[in-house]
Design a protein around this ligand. Structure first.
Ligand SMILES: NC(=O)c1ccc[n+]([C@@H]2O[C@H](COP(=O)([O-])OP(=O)(O)OC[C@H]3O[C@@H](n4cnc5c(N)ncnc54)[C@H](OP(=O)(O)O)[C@@H]3O)[C@@H](O)[C@H]2O)c1
Length: 215
């Protein structure tokens, strides 16, 4: 996890660790990574979560790298880490959003989407987008799995299929291949709508796709 000390990264870290995977909780600061790991272990004692605190560079050594920084931080973060991410499967969950008064509203990055920006910054990595629409606070609760779909976008269908299969291993989630990176804008932008729905209904809105069956 790159940027794992925020709510989104913590949710991903704890969910993958609960599967028995080792997760590197990455940060720009070793101290913040240490704090995040200590807090996650304190929240979920006795689960034997294999969480390793480290700098973002250490997280780049994993088989699967998830990017969970704010979108503004993506270019500088990836400029530094691109060499270490060569050849790796990198999943971006970053959404471009801002506040308009009390409302969360989507922002269209100059590249069309954050996932496309990640792909441009990492031409030698396998880039996908996923997890954009999950409400991190609710998703981080290991005792109450969501019943959500995760829209997966990737330039190559083989990468999308691989990420869908990974998502399917996570409790309460179903991966759905949502197409190539041209669709990332829609996937990311709907997150602001979900944030507004969550506020109005005092809940934790997520996405579920009807009308399809998958084996
Ligand atoms: N929160 C959610 O419910 C949710 C759900 C789905 C997707 N997302 C997306 O996931 C991403 C992270 O969300 P979040 O709520 O966890 O965000 P966040 O708490 O604001 O940021 C996550 C972490 O990113 C690092 N960071 C902050 N600014 C940075 C910068 N300029 N450059 C590099 N790293 C920086 C920080 O870690 P260090 O200081 O420790 O390095 C921070 O703890 C966002 O793009 C968001 O749109 C969020």
């Amino acid at each position: 996890m790159i940027g794992a000390t925020g709510p989104a990264g913590r949710a991903v870290a704890v969910q993958f660790a609960a599967l028995g995977e080792q997760v590197v909780v990455g940060s720009r600061s070793q101290e913040r990574a240490d704090e995040a790991v200590a807090e996650l272990r304190e929240r979920w004692p006795g689960r034997g979560l294999d969480l390793v605190a480290g700098l973002n560079a250490a997280a780049c050594e994993a088989d699967l790298v998830v990017l969970a920084t704010p979108w503004e931080g993506v270019p500088a973060t990836l400029a530094e880490l691109a060499p270490a991410l060569r050849g790796r499967l990198v999943v971006s969950m970053a959404n471009a959003m801002t506040r308009w008064g009390r409302y969360a509203v989507p922002v269209v990055p100059p590249t069309g989407s954050v996932t496309a920006a990640v792909a441009l910054a990492l031409p030698e990595s396998r880039v996908a987008g996923a997890f954009h629409n999950l409400p991190a606070g609710a998703w981080a609760d290991l005792e109450h799995p969501l019943d959500a779909d995760v829209l997966v976008v990737a330039e190559r269908r083989a990468d999308a299929r691989e990420v869908v299969a990974i998502v399917d291993r996570l409790p309460g989630l179903r991966g759905v291949d949502a197409g190539n990176l041209a669709n990332a804008l829609a996937v990311e932008a709907i997150t602001a709508t979900l944030v507004g729905i969550s506020q109005r209904y005092k809940g934790h809105a997520f996405v579920r796709i009807g009308g399809i069956e998958r084996g």
